[in-house]
Design a binder for this molecule. Sequence first.
Ligand code: KG4
Ligand code: ZN
Length: 370
Amino acid sequence: MKNLSRWHERDQQQTSPWTHHGTVCYIPAMRVLGIETSCDETAAAIVDDDRRILANRVLSQDERHRPFGGVVPEIAARAHLDALDDIVAGALGDAGLTLAEVDGIAATAGPGLIGGVIVGCTFAKALALAANKPFLGVNHLEGHALTVRLTDGIAFPYLLLLVSGGHCQLLAVEGLGRYRRLGGTIDDAAGEAFDKVAKLLNLGFPGGPAVERAALAGNPSRFTLPRPLLGRPGCDFSFSGLKTAVRLLAEAEPEAVADIAAGFQAAVGDVLADRTRNALAIVAQDWKGQHPLVVAGGVAANQALRHRLLSVAAEAGVPLVVPPPRLCTDNGAMIAWAGLERLAAGQRDSLSLAPRPRWPLEDLTECSPN
Ligand code: KG4
Ligand code: ZN
């Protein structure tokens, strides 16, 4: 329990190292193993309460899904099952730790492709039972949402633009488990639109990085593509009309792949910027002072979009914080960190916790420091 109080003391006072009555105290760090299997990355990582990533292994299943042009849930679940043993052992080896030396075992318990989530969760529960360690079932979106606290030590509150393959939402992040949804997509997620556009332009799989690469050689102003909901009040998104426009254009101009990719990416950038501006105006009314704009999720790995959002943050006079690309896409460190925050706040989940294919962030329980 000493570990926990140390961590909270540091969090509140922002002091390091921890001292007690003027004496520097050396208490072993709290370490959590995190397992991520909700989509097509099999990942395991270990982080500690000094915000160090002691191991971070990510095995991409791209090769297995490429022939199908998208993630096949059944293949993903079987691939997680095949790989998880080695990935977890490898992560422990990288950190130079045994299972007995970690303080908790966290796994994504949803939302995501349920077969993979069941594999990762069951694996983590078995480890927790065998090693007599606390188990934590982590919400994957919370993992993305809290990553900046691991990478940059950001304090609450902040505005989060969460843009991934399955999600596109703006959230006021006001504490651990306190997420207020300001808006979200009414059809496709941003990453999903990138993946579909990549398919339409025959750019292969995975789609987001392929579109970004193609766009580098393109002229974003050659074609004017729609920017759904631009200029409207509120913080909702829509991408399906843009995707349809790309399909029609790709049929009419099959040689213009780079220009279409660049035009599409610019349109997504304008939509994200416009909606985020509205959200920044809302939180500026709610919160005193300047609080950061945080971008997370796989699409945040896109450099052009990062630049676009940097200008939005600069206009509003707030800092932009984006994790490094390898921590934007799915990874175990984000799950380990969210698990560590919850463990430090006193949470332990039952081994009977049911994995969930759907699990909105607003349904999470608020967790206050104990
Ligand atoms: O967060 P993530 O790894 O998995 C989900 O939780 O969905 O996000 C994956 C999504 C995919 O749709 C992928 O195409 C997109 O993030 N993505 C990108 C880039 N890298 C990954 N989209 C645009 N540009 C990128 N560089
Ligand atoms: Zn994700």
